[in-house]
Ligand binder design. Structure first.
Ligand code: SAH
Length: 196
């Protein structure tokens, strides 16, 4: 059964008008629990997936979060509604521009960057949380480096369209604790896209 019980997360999701982040052709589906196209062959995550990832991330007001894969900006808006300081990277210029506008129109303080998520944002590191919202073939080392000790990364890992949701906690002395949280399907995390 698909149930998320974390009330602050559900309240944040309920407070964000999802239709703002969707293409007009799909507006009538804006409040269905499904993923939909947002342009450039990418999709907005379904609300259930946003709820699961946000819950696993264990955030509270003030938590500094790096998101990889801004997409529509919806997940970033949900984190912003919880009170997180959100930094988000998108590799597709068109989506970057759209998300930036939508997040500004909603008066969020999310900082959106056009760039390669594999590299993270060394200039703004470290982060207390790192959230990957595309299917990663492996756990990028640069992103682990940019996590504080005690910090948490939530990342769907796997190749070929199917991923397993991992929650990785960075411990002392270069050690990590990893737990598994079920199968998901994300669009792939792709390499750098120069000039796109
Ligand atoms: N979080 C989004 C959904 C993201 S879909 C939302 O709430 O709508 C996955 C996104 O990851 C796509 O927009 C895709 O372009 C982006 N992406 C894929 N590879 C990436 C990379 N290497 N760096 C940054 N973004 C990437």
């Amino acid at each position: 059964d698909k149930k998320v019980k974390n009330q602050p997360v559900l309240d944040a999701i309920g407070s964000i008008p999802r239709h703002i982040f969707m293409d007009s052709a799909f507006l009538k589906f804006a409040y269905e629990d499904t993923a939909f196209p947002i342009g450039a062959d990418q999709t907005i995550s379904q609300p259930f997936t946003v709820a699961v990832q946000t819950t696993l991330l264990e955030v509270e007001p003030g938590t500094k979060v790096l998101e990889i894969g801004t997409g529509s900006g919806y997940q970033a808006a949900v984190l912003n509604a919880i009170g997180c300081k959100v930094f988000s990277i998108e590799r597709q210029k068109l989506l970057f521009k759209k998300a930036k506008k939508n997040l500004a129109d909603l008066n969020t303080t999310v900082k959106v960057f056009y760039g390669d998520g594999y590299k993270g944002l060394p200039a703004f590191a470290p982060f207390e949380r790192v959230l990957i919202t595309c299917g990663a073939p492996f756990v990028p080392g640069a992103l682990l480096d940019q996590l504080v000790e005690g910090g948490v990364m939530v990342i769907p890992v796997g190749e070929g369209g199917d991923q397993e949701m991992l929650k990785i906690r960075k411990l002392a002395d270069g050690r990590y604790d990893e737990t598994r949280h079920g199968g998901f399907r994300f669009v792939p995390m792709l390499p750098d896209k120069e000039g796109a």
